[in-house]
Design a protein around this ligand. Sequence first.
Ligand SMILES: [Zn+2]
Length: 323
Amino acid sequence: MKAVVVGATGPAVTSVPDPAVALSSDVGACVIRMTRAMLGDEDRRSALPRQAPVTLGRAFVGVIDAIAPDATERARDLRLAPGRRVAVHPIIRCGTCDRCTSGLGAHCANRRTLGIDRDGCFAERVAVPLSVLSAIPDSLDDDRAVFAVAVSEALECTRHVRVEGKAYVTIVGDGLSALLSAMVLGRLNAAVRIVSTDGAIANSTEKLGIRHRLASEVGRRGDQHVVVDCHGTAASLALACDLVRPRGTILLRESREPASLGAIVGRELRVQGVALGSLVEALDLLSRRQIEVAPLIERRIGLADVPAALAAPGHLATLVRGD
Ligand SMILES: [Zn+2]
């Protein structure tokens, strides 16, 4: 089957063995036929040449194609069967380490991440354990359901800080994660705004009714209760520190480079990292149309176009078809 594999010479469309051939609980209890994947910045960062080849791709939805014979009983318990449409959580937990058994499964000591250290979803079929699957409601189409991973990250912000009733909430960022954060947090607080370093998402914010200012125009008064940094650079964290009030909270959605931490000490700031959240909650939000993600789709491509798309910047969502 076709897959986008990154090896010593960078990403390329390659023919690889179909995971259905050797399906067992060792490699994954089921095989998913990928119908829609999302290509994002994490995939672009994972696409650097490496010695040990891996299939790229982190976020996807698909249809259960086959279930390993030794997993059929567990699949029945989970109401999963061939033909079922599912969203897939990209982090695979061992389920047995100290963290997994003490409620910190998201931080499993033996975790594997699709597209990073386990074969990912830019492929016709993907082997994964049943534990990472969430059934997609019939009312939710693939184009929207594939946003579940990205929406779960935005939802996770609300687990760490209350934005309801806060006077000033700013999201720093230039792309999809900033827009989704604004859509999710904006349901709870009308004061949410995006501050971006360039105007590339200005059209989208206007269409979606999201307040937007350019970083060069915004007053750095240190009066924001909460700042969400979706960019993760030294400059974006410095901007977040300038915007947030003393003892305020910065939620870090990204971390791409080392940054100066002086302002965090001096102004007694609270900095909270934010990782992936629950796909079930994200699918529920999407299926109830609490947020409308269709306007965020920028491009639709096939697997053959993925290597070129990995090398090109994108502000909104690039969706990959599974054909
Ligand atoms: Zn574990």
